[in-house]
Design a protein around this ligand. Structure first.
Ligand code: PMP
Length: 356
């Protein structure tokens, strides 16, 4: 950055850096990457073929309106296309949501710890983060969040299930909370891990948003649909919010590869959701294995588990890495471990047992 822009330099210095999950070391023992909540299955052949066909035209810009994908989403989820907005991953949509609602002097609220992009994209918009601690049981403290609303609150994220704890907010408490949120505050239900939920008491955000114009739902193709590398996510919200998102989206922010692969994935949903079912079985096995070893593990409805390790966090992560699994440490707090393929989960369980 040039010396001519000290203000920009100072602002950039204050923005925390997003730390993606570490890649697995190529030269280590069998290296499994369990650090970014990705889908361990390789792309479906049909989806891959569709993406390759789209790649033949990458001298052309993509369809800026994502019309094919919007139509498919509209049909699949039973929402009008006017209520949809797509973006460069759901984190791209989240960033647009903050930028179109909040700026300097405004507050963006979310539980903490939660998805680490929230503080970063809030700071980029110039708004102030209000972080409300999770309860001792690692769940959203919705009473404390309702109490923390001020006249400056513009947007509230509810990450359901929560990253990195995997814990959920259930229907009755969510409805009670939403009843307490003023109608000019937008509540974003971040449902990046929606497809992994098996608890019937966790509401589908798409049912909640219908009667609530100040609720937006955020979804992604990165997890259950296995398209993390293609960067496509979407929001469902009433028209003024969805229209603002479409207007402020980065032009051509979703590649044609991503759009076509997302459509192909929706059409291959049965197979993809079957894989999710297998991962949910693995999740139960890992959870029960850890509990049998004596660990305290919050009940998870996502494709990862959370171990609160405090000062032992980095040692535990290092032990996993030497055994060939890369996990995601949050220094001084705990470790988030993605549910991977059976073999990866076995290596992780053995390491966890040896560490105790
Ligand atoms: N929300 C949550 C809660 C997440 O954990 C993630 C990914 N780690 C995202 C949103 C963003 O996912 P993507 O941008 O790949 O859609």
């Amino acid at each position: 950055m040039s010396e001519t822009s000290p203000k920009l330099r100072a602002e950039l210095d204050g923005i925390p850096t997003y730390k993606p999950g570490k890649p697995a070391a190529a030269d280590g023992p069998v290296a499994f990457k369990l650090s970014s909540n990705e889908n361990p299955y390789p792309p479906l052949p049909g989806v891959m073929e569709t993406a390759i066909a789209a790649a033949r035209n990458f001298n052309r810009y993509p369809d800026m309106a994502c019309s094919g994908l919007m139509n498919e989403l509209s049909e699949r989820f039973g929402v009008p296309a006017t209520h949809l907005a797509t973006g460069t991953g759901s984190v791209g949509v989240a960033q647009s949501l903050i930028q179109s609602t909040s700026g300097p002097g405004d507050e963006v609220m979310y539980a903490w710890r939660s998805f680490e992009a929230y503080p970063i994209i809030t700071q980029i918009s110039g708004a102030t983060s209000v972080q409300v601690p999770l309860t001792a049981g690692e769940v959203h403290d919705l009473d404390a969040m309702a109490a923390a609303i001020t006249e400056r609150t513009r947007l509230i994220f509810v990450c359901n299930p929560n990253n990195p704890t995997g814990t959920v907010v259930r229907r009755a408490e969510l409805e009670r909370f939403l009843d307490r949120v003023p109608s000019d505050v937008l509540v974003v239900l971040d449902e990046a891990y929606r497809e992994f939920i098996r608890d019937a008491e966790v509401p589908d955000g798409l049912e909640i948003y219908r009667d609530r114009p100040n609720v937006a739902v955020l979804r992604t193709f990165s997890k259950a649909y296995g398209l993390a590398g293609l960067r496509v996510g979407f929001a469902v919200a009433h028209e003024p919010v969805a229209a603002a998102l479409r207007k402020t989206a980065v032009p051509f922010g979703v590649s044609q590869l991503a759009q076509d692969a997302a459509v192909a994935s929706l059409r291959a949903e049965d197979e993809l959701l079957g894989r999710v079912g297998s991962l949910v079985c693995e999740r139960t096995r890992v959870y029960e294995g850890l509990v049998a070893q004596g660990w305290t593990v919050p009940e998870t409805q996502a494709n990862f588990v959370w171990l609160r390790l405090g000062e032992q966090t980095l040692d535990f992560a290092a032990a996993c890495e030497s055994a060939g699994v890369v996990v995601r440490p949050f220094a001084g707090e705990g470790v988030r471990v993605t549910i991977g393929e059976g073999e990866a989960n076995d290596v992780f369980l053995h390491t966890a047992e040896a560490f105790r």
